[in-house]
Design a protein around this ligand. Structure first.
Ligand SMILES: Nc1ncnc2c1ncn2[C@@H]1O[C@H](COP(=O)(O)OP(=O)(O)OP(=O)(O)O)[C@@H](O)[C@H]1O
Ligand SMILES: [Mg+2]
Length: 278
C-alpha cells in the first residue's frame, strides 16, 4: 500500500484559509468522495444524541449538499436563506429524526462552492454563534482539498478522515492529511475506516498510513503527525437498505454490525472530544 500512497504525493494548493478552529466542532471529511461521510455524520449524531448529548449537524458540503436526502428532510428555510438575509439562523435549524438538530445548506448554496471572503466571514460568524449552544457540532464536509472543503475543516477543532480500505481511497486520504498538516498545521487526525471487510483492518491501515506520513511528510521539529484510529465500520448491506428507505441505520436496524460499530465510535468521540473538551 505504501507504494500506492507514495505515488499520490501532491503539492498543497495555495489558499488563504485562516485556521480559526472552534471548540467542540468535529469535521467529517475524506480524500475520495462517496466513502460514507454523510452516512457516518448522520448516524454518529444519532448515536451521540442517544447518549444524551445536544448535537448539531451542519451540511458543510456547500456545493453538493445531500444530508437532506439522507435524513428525508426538506425544510423551507436553509443556510442559503440565512446567508442572503431572508431568514434568521434559528429558523433554519430543524430537528432531525435521530434526535439531533440540523442546519441544511440547501441547493442554493451551489453558488458558494467558490468561496468569497464575505461568505467565509458569514460562515465563521454563524458557526461562532452556534457552537456554544451544543455539546458537539459535526460538519459533514465535501471530499478532497478544494478551498471550500479546507475552509469548512479549518473551522473545526477536531477532524475525522473517513476512508475505505480501497487503495484509491487511501491515496486520497494521504493527500488530504498531508494538506491538513501542511496548511492547517494539524497534528492530530482521527481516522475512521468505513466499509471494512474485517474488523481490525482499520488499525493496520492506520499504522501503514502513519508510517508513510512519518517517512515522507516533513513537519516542524517536535510536532509529529499523529493518526488516531477511532474505529472501523464494516461493509454492511443494511446501510444501503436504510439509505434507500431514507432512514437512519441506528434507528432502522440498531443491532446490525455497522450500527453497533457507530455506537462504539460515538462512545470514543464522547470520551475524546465532548468529555475531555469540557
Ligand atoms: N458501511 C457501509 N456498508 C455498506 N455501504 C456503505 C457503507 N457506508 C457507506 N455505504 C454506501 O456508500 C454510499 C455513499 O455514502 P455517503 O453518501 O455517506 O458518502 P459521502 O462520503 O458522504 O459522499 P460524498 O463525497 O458524495 O459526500 C451510501 O449511499 C451507501 O450505499
Ligand atoms: Mg456526503
Amino acid at each position: 500500500m505504501s507504494d500506492v500512497i507514495k505515488s499520490a504525493v501532491t503539492d498543497a494548493p495555495v489558499t488563504s484559509v485562516p485556521l480559526k478552529p472552534l471548540g467542540k466542532v468535529l469535521a467529517v471529511t475524506s480524500g475520495k468522495g462517496g466513502v460514507g461521510k454523510t452516512f457516518v455524520s448522520a448516524n454518529l449524531a444519532t448515536a451521540l444524541a442517544k447518549l444524551g448529548h445536544k448535537v448539531l449537524v451542519l451540511d458543510a458540503d456547500l456545493g453538493l449538499a445531500n444530508l437532506d436526502v439522507v435524513l428525508n428532510l426538506y425544510p423551507k428555510i436553509t443556510l442559503h436563506d440565512v446567508f442572503t438575509g431572508r431568514a434568521k439562523l434559528e429558523e433554519a435549524i430543524v430537528k432531525a429524526p435521530g434526535g439531533f438538530s440540523v442546519l441544511l445548506a440547501g441547493s442554493g448554496m451551489v453558488e458558494y462552492s467558490q468561496l468569497a471572503p464575505e461568505v467565509r466571514d458569514d460562515f465563521l460568524h454563524i458557526m461562532s454563534g452556534l457552537v456554544p449552544h451544543y455539546d458537539i457540532v459535526l460538519l459533514d464536509t465535501g471530499a478532497g482539498i478544494s478551498d471550500v472543503v479546507l475552509f469548512a475543516v479549518s473551522l473545526a477543532s477536531e477532524v475525522i478522515v473517513v476512508a475505505t480500505p480501497e487503495p484509491t481511497s487511501l491515496t486520497d486520504a494521504y493527500a488530504t492529511i498531508k494538506v491538513l498538516v501542511g496548511q492547517q498545521k494539524r497534528q492530530n487526525i482521527r481516522m475512521v475506516i468505513n466499509q471494512a471487510a474485517r474488523l481490525g483492518d482499520g488499525r493496520a491501515i492506520t499504522v501503514q498510513l502513519q508510517q508513510v506520513l512519518d517517512r515522507f511528510v516533513v513537519t516542524e521539529p517536535g510536532r509529529p503527525i499523529k493518526l488516531i484510529h477511532m474505529g472501523d465500520i464494516p461493509a454492511d448491506p443494511a446501510v444501503r437498505q436504510a439509505i434507500m428507505r431514507r432512514q437512519l441505520l441506528i434507528q432502522a436496524t440498531p443491532s446490525c454490525p455497522a450500527a453497533l460499530a457507530i455506537g462504539q465510535l460515538a462512545l470514543k468521540i464522547e470520551e475524546a472530544v465532548i468529555t475531555r473538551g469540557r
